[in-house]
Design a protein around this ligand. Structure first.
Ligand SMILES: [Zn+2]
Length: 197
């Protein structure tokens, strides 16, 4: 790396921790920040230093909350729980307005190579909620990747023992797609997940 001032190198090294930000982009961001007005930098710095005091992960479901958790409210349908791997996913699902039940965030997927084992999925907490609320269906809304498939299979095995129905989001043709341009894996999944029409 160039012979930048030490504090600038430190800033670059922090920025590089962000996903998708390589050395060149981090340097560009750092130089851009130096162009910012001092007051704006102070506001940004204050926001960063307080963010963990203002936003928390809900102790029950793992979604983000400020005060009360909006996703654990008694107004919600308590017979279904949707399992997601990131607190970010809840916002996409809420936007569809297709689901009104509870959520459980696993904060990651099974990935033995990255040291993500079953203990990381907070499964005991999930099982307890299923039993306490007498939940009838667990909907697995996990990525369609090797890690997502492995996690879904593991959760299916574990949760089925509790006697509830375990479902997974249908995987199939993207909206507006043409069969000719869909890849083989997606088409195969669409066949497996076909439903009565
Ligand atoms: Zn919650």
């Amino acid at each position: 790396m160039a012979n930048y001032p030490f504090e600038l190198l430190k800033l670059v090294s922090y920025l590089r921790k962000l996903p998708g930000v390589g050395a060149k982009t981090a340097e560009r961001f750092a130089f851009q920040l130096l162009e910012w007005d001092s007051q704006l930098l102070v506001q940004f710095g204050n926001l960063l230093s307080n963010i963990k005091n203002k936003i928390h992960f809900c102790e029950t479901c793992g979604c983000l909350r400020e005060e009360e958790c909006l996703f654990c409210s008694s107004q919600r349908n308590s017979t279904q729980i949707c399992v997601i791997s990131s607190a970010k996913d809840v916002y996409s699902i809420e936007e569809t307005k297709a689901f009104q039940g509870f959520y459980h965030v696993t904060h990651g997927l099974l990935s033995p190579l990255e040291g993500k084992t079953a203990e990381h999925l907070h499964l005991e907490k999930l099982k307890k909620r299923i039993q306490d609320h007498e939940i009838k269906e667990a909907i697995l809304a996990l990525d369609s990747t090797i890690e997502g498939d492995t996690t879904a299979l593991y959760l299916k095995q574990e949760l089925s023992k509790l006697g509830l129905s375990v479902t997974r989001l249908a995987l199939g043709l993207p909206m507006g797609s043409t069969i000719h341009f869909v890849d083989g894996g997606t088409l195969a999944r669409a066949f497996i997940g076909r439903q009565r029409f």
